[in-house]
Design a protein around this ligand. Structure first.
Ligand code: ZN
Length: 452
């Protein structure tokens, strides 16, 4: 937006969120804002970053360092000339102030889709006759940010990482974004600590990350990924992000890369819906179409993991997030066979290819190689899935299965393979009792299948 303004020769920009888009679309008298509804009131000011990129703007695509330390950075001149920087001052104002300014403008009427809601003044394109004075005092400070990490080293595959993340900085007070997510992450950390005290160690390493400077363009997570790119590309199994948990209405709406779909479905079946205890999170999720959205864009900290190094990623928002978030992390950290399912990935790729193909009718481009590759992926994914199911069924139909499980549990200790039923039940609370039992049983099945 501000980039376009700069390109059009603007000296500065005033940015606001129209009331129409935040609870102001209804007929007069029916519009509701906070504190009567969840919408931003017309006096509220929405803020956000205007940097058209991710990470530290002075170190695009390479790791940054603390202020005062020596690392390569773009100069001020290079930054000013960068297409990614707004390079003109911009001030966010409220919808009420925005409308007041627009009332003072003349010229041609703006296009219909640019106009405000019912009762709003006619928006005009100017220029003038009003003159707006904008004073900008900026000091271009270089500041040091801090990510915080907690690591539980895996017992059997310590060089495989399951990464949980949430940011810690906020534009203002951050009650919802990110503190509601941070509360859930701290709860998971506490439960994992309880498990550890009972002697549990995950099969794979779990890394809990509290990112800094997310609001300024995902700086903390992006710089960490840039700094550890090779290591993470070979070792990270999944990145599980939660930014906001208190969000709604609308129920549980996860978004993920497709190989995590199955795991999300399984974990969400294990957690009660806080709004309706007669159903699970899965029941609320499948009412949406699609039930699981795709992670796209760069709205939060999964971006660098997914877009720079292709780590399977998810992002969720809703109450009881600690339960479903923790269960997914534990399955990824503890299942002997990774709970990733690539059958849905192949279907998703096919769907997206058809979409691109549809928009490209008559183009001198062949999609045949793409379809062929996707077909190969589907065949490989189906083969692995069938083998996994066959092993599971074999284990279940084997009369010695129970004794094998017992034997294996005894020989490997009760905390192996993420199957410490009691410990998990304690750690994930009574509402997760069924979940813990089922996760543990599943883990045992895989353990038996693998061992026999
Ligand atoms: Zn956030």
């Amino acid at each position: 937006m501000v980039r376009n303004a700069r390109a059009a020769g603007a000296a500065a920009a005033i940015v606001y969120t129209d009331a129409k888009d935040f609870g102001g679309a209804g007929a007069k008298g029916k519009r509701k804002w906070f504190p009567d509804a969840r919408w931003l009131p017309p006096t509220g000011v929405q803020v956000g970053t205007l940097y058209y990129g991710n990470g530290d703007p002075t170190t695009p695509l390479w790791p940054s360092c603390a202020a005062g330390e020596d690392c390569e950075r773009l100069s001020q001149g290079e930054l000013d000339g960068s297409a990614a920087m707004p390079s003109i001052p911009a001030l966010p104002v409220s919808a009420r102030d925005g409308e007041t300014i627009l009332k003072a403008m003349g010229g041609d009427a703006a296009p219909t889709e640019w106009q405000g809601g019912e009762g709003a003044p006619m928006y005009r394109l100017g220029p003038g006759p009003a003159v707006l004075n904008l004073t900008y005092i900026g000091n271009d400070t270089l500041a040091t940010i801090e990510n915080v990490f907690a690591v539980i080293e895996g017992k059997e595959e310590p060089d495989r990482y399951v990464i949980i993340g949430n940011h810690r900085d906020a534009w203002t007070f951050g009650a919802v974004d990110p503190n509601s997510g941070t509360a859930a992450m701290l709860e998971i950390a506490e439960r994992l600590s309880k498990l550890e005290k009972k002697g549990w160690r995950p099969r794979r390493t779990i890394i809990v990350c509290s990112w800094d400077a997310e609001e300024f363009a995902l700086i903390g997570s992006t710089e960490w990924v840039e700094d550890n790119m090779d290591m993470l590309a070979s070792r990270a199994i999944a990145y599980l992000n939660v930014d906001i948990t208190v969000f709604g209405p609308g129920g549980f709406r996860p978004r993920a890369t497709p190989q995590l779909d199955q795991l999300i479905k399984e974990a969400s079946k294990m957690v009660q819906d806080p709004d309706d205890p007669s159903q699970t999170l899965y029941d609320t999720m499948i009412r949406h179409h699609p039930p699981i959205d795709r992670v796209a864009g760069a709205g939060t900290d999964f971006a660098a993991f997914l877009q720079y190094i292709g780590v399977p990623s998810l992002d969720m928002s809703y109450g009881t997030m600690a339960s479903v978030w923790g269960l997914i992390a534990l399955r990824l950290a503890d299942d002997e066979i990774l709970p990733l399912n690539y059958v849905s990935y192949a279907s998703e790729l096919e769907k997206c290819t058809k979409l691109v193909e549809g928009g490209c009718t008559g183009c001198p481009v062949s999609f045949a190689p793409l379809h062929k590759s996707i077909d190969q992926l589907r065949k490989a994914a189906n083969k692995i899935h069938k083998e996994k199911m066959r092993d599971l069924n074999l284990s279940m139909s084997n009369p010695n299965f129970k004794s094998q499980v017992k034997e294996r549990t005894r020989s490997r200790g009760s905390t192996q393979g993420g199957c410490d039923r009691q410990a998990r039940t304690v750690a994930f609370g009574s509402d997760d009792r069924r979940a813990c039992t089922m996760v543990a049983t599943d883990g045992w099945m895989l353990a038996a299948a693998d061992g026999s």
